[in-house]
Write a protein that binds this ligand. Structure first.
Ligand SMILES: [Zn+2]
Length: 272
């Protein structure tokens, strides 16, 4: 069953988690229902893509209203395809929510165990990874393009939570809408890094198409990395939704040749 369920034109939510864990808000936006124009039609939530700032802020306000979590409770990052993770507390609220200038620099993942904070990251093909350890009220989100994936950002989140006393078996992960293996053709350079990312089994994530051309399944690569990190298979949900195949719902950096908007992953605990 598809874990990301459409709630209205503007977002999907991880329904099974939200049913299981009251007060959790977790999901992924679509490209629809906003005010942006041109390449960014219509719900672009990325500040850094060349869109009109007023429209991006208006789009963000719209999502804040839909999720009923005010913009000044969000945090956002200047994502750099790295693997730096930042633990967020209430004093960080609002950072990077209404401006790119004050976003967390060089950060590709967030986690927190506090309420009243919405962790957000922006996407157009890269893999959004959602984490929750319900017993400890810990939640997190990470941005895994090919560089973040082979940099083992998924494993780094599991390790960071290990430092907090959370075992891999206590962690649940949802792999969100992103580019599928049919749409994601990469060269030998990328595959060399993929091969080095896992001791065994990396080859399960890609197929040779022609000499030097491979089809890479980034969702599956992250699933394999999570399994190797000790997260049980039954704790992992993954989507069938592809940002590049589904032109009606999603922006796609590859399909739109770099001129496009951004969707947003979000996860947070609502305050009482
Ligand atoms: Zn696709």
């Amino acid at each position: 069953m598809e874990p990301f369920v459409k709630k209205n034109e503007s977002y999907l939510s991880i329904d099974s988690w939200m049913t299981q864990f009251p007060k959790l808000v977790a999901g992924f936006t679509t490209k629809n229902g906003g005010t942006s124009k041109g390449y960014f039609e219509t719900l672009n939530l990325g500040f850094h893509v060349g869109d009109n700032l007023t429209n991006v802020c208006s789009n963000r306000e719209k999502v804040a209203e839909l999720l009923q979590i005010p913009l000044n409770a969000w945090v956002g990052a200047e994502q750099t395809h790295g693997t730096f993770l930042k633990k967020i507390t209430k004093k960080d609220r609002g950072t990077g929510s209404d401006s790119y200038d004050n976003a967390f620099k060089g950060t590709d993942g967030f986690y927190t165990d506090e309420e009243g904070i919405l962790l957000t990251l922006c996407f157009a093909d890269c893999v959004p990874l959602f984490f929750i350890a319900p017993e400890r009220r810990m939640i997190g989100v990470a941005h895994a393009g090919w560089k973040g994936s082979v940099g083992l950002i998924a494993n780094k989140m599991v390790k960071a939570w290990g430092q907090e006393g959370i075992k891999p078996e206590q962690i649940f992960v949802a792999i969100g809408p992103s580019i599928c293996e049919k749409c994601y053709i990469v060269d030998q350079h990328v595959i060399n890094f993929v091969e080095k990312s896992l001791e065994v089994g990396a080859a399960l994530s890609y197929n040779l198409l022609t000499e030097g051309q491979y089809s890479l399944n980034l969702q599956d690569l992250n699933r394999l990395i999570l399994l190797a990190s000790g997260v049980p298979e039954e704790n992992i949900l993954w989507t069938k939704l592809c940002s590049s195949c589904d032109q009606e719902e999603f922006f796609s950096h590859r399909r739109d040749k770099g001129k496009t908007g951004r969707m947003m992953s979000f996860i947070g605990w609502k305050e009482n």
